[in-house]
Design a protein around this ligand. Structure first.
Ligand code: 2P0
Length: 316
């Protein structure tokens, strides 16, 4: 049996929409920060009597199991039946990037259990096919996922931009709701691609966001990064909200949190927000400001976590 721990990553420049749904190739490039503390721990044991998936203590069947075992078929061709046991210490399917750590941990554990030798880039390409965002969780710290140009996806994988100790920032996560979202990212992306008149503008405008974010990370310019991150977030949610039928993950509390962050900025505290496919708000700031940011968010929600940059997956 092999066990791997992987951390989720939060996109600063977002991935939303695919140029190939089978290979999970994105229409746009993205940049993320891998987080510490939040983690998924997954064990894979090959050679069991039948495929069995246990997530957070519950045996899962149906679509979720199918997706996991299809992924194992891809990572370990011709594999034996497998037992997969996975636990995450943060809410799943709530826009907290749980599929990124889940498919990264599954990929790394399966490769180890099968005794295969793979580079991080090769593992990233495999993880991508399980869940797009997982290809960025193969590294700690700051990671870029280039959309790639090849039809077979061999150039669409994560790439290390800067190590976790490059810059002492924090991601302050305010949980508005931890339950399972109504519309999965996968379904939401598809609907957006098919129906939003804003989708073409999203695809045509990401390169500037990438350039600005990449440079801001390398120069540790929080304002430039924050501005690019909020712009990417707003554009992505604009494509969702203008889909038919519309997809709106925002709740009243989400907007109240954005207001609170803008109020902090007016007082001279550098803090910028982002949201993913869920109502939760994540705020990027310098480590020294994190407690003040957390206190401001704590006035609106019960659960606030302060997370530092995290490391790459590891075998345990
Ligand atoms: C991201 N999200 O860049 C974006 C921002 C959500 C909003 O990646 O279909 O679970 O498995 O490739 O990776 C969530 O989508 O979707 C996501 P699939 P995934 O983090």
């Amino acid at each position: 049996m092999a066990t791997a721990i992987a951390h989720p990553n939060i996109a600063l420049i977002k991935y939303w929409g695919k140029r190939d749904r089978v290979l999970n190739l994105p229409s746009t490039s993205s940049i993320s920060l891998t987080l510490d503390t939040f983690e998924t721990k997954t064990s894979v044991q090959l050679g069991s009597g039948q495929d069995l998936l246990v997530v957070n203590g519950r045996a899962l069947m149906g679509k979720e199991a199918e997706r996991v075992f299809n992924h194992l078929d891809l990572v370990v061709p011709g594999r034996q039946k497998a037992q997969v046991v996975s636990e995450s210490n943060f809410p799943m399917a709530a826009g907290l990037a749980s599929s990124s750590s889940a498919f990264a941990a599954l990929t790394v554990a399966a490769i180890a259990e099968a005794g295969l030798e793979k580079t991080p880039e090769e593992m990233s390409i495999l993880a991508r096919q399980g869940s797009g965002s997982a290809c960025r969780s193969l590294w700690g710290g700051w990671v870029e996922w280039h959309r790639g140009m090849e039809e077979d996806g061999t150039d669409s994988h994560g790439k290390h931009l800067a190590p976790r100790d490059h810059w002492d920032v924090r991601m302050v996560v305010a949980v508005v709701a931890g339950g399972k979202k109504k519309i999965s990212s996968r379904e939401g992306m598809l609907r957006t691609m098919q129906t939003s008149p804003m989708y073409a503008a999203w695809v045509n405008s990401y390169e500037r966001d990438m350039r600005q974010a990449r440079q801001a990370i390398l120069e540790q310019d929080l304002e430039a990064l924050g501005v690019a991150m909020e712009r990417s977030t707003l554009k992505m949610h604009s494509t969702m909200m203008t889909s038919e039928p519309p997809i709106r993950y925002w709740r009243g509390a989400s907007v109240a949190l954005m207001d609170a962050i803008e109020n902090l900025r007016a007082k001279g505290i550098g803090a910028w927000w982002t949201m993913d496919a869920g109502p939760n708000v994540k705020v990027l700031c310098e480590a020294e400001d994190a407690e003040r940011v957390a206190a401001a968010l704590g006035a609106f929600v019960q659960q606030v976590s302060v997370l530092a940059p995290g490391g790459p997956p590891r075998l345990v």
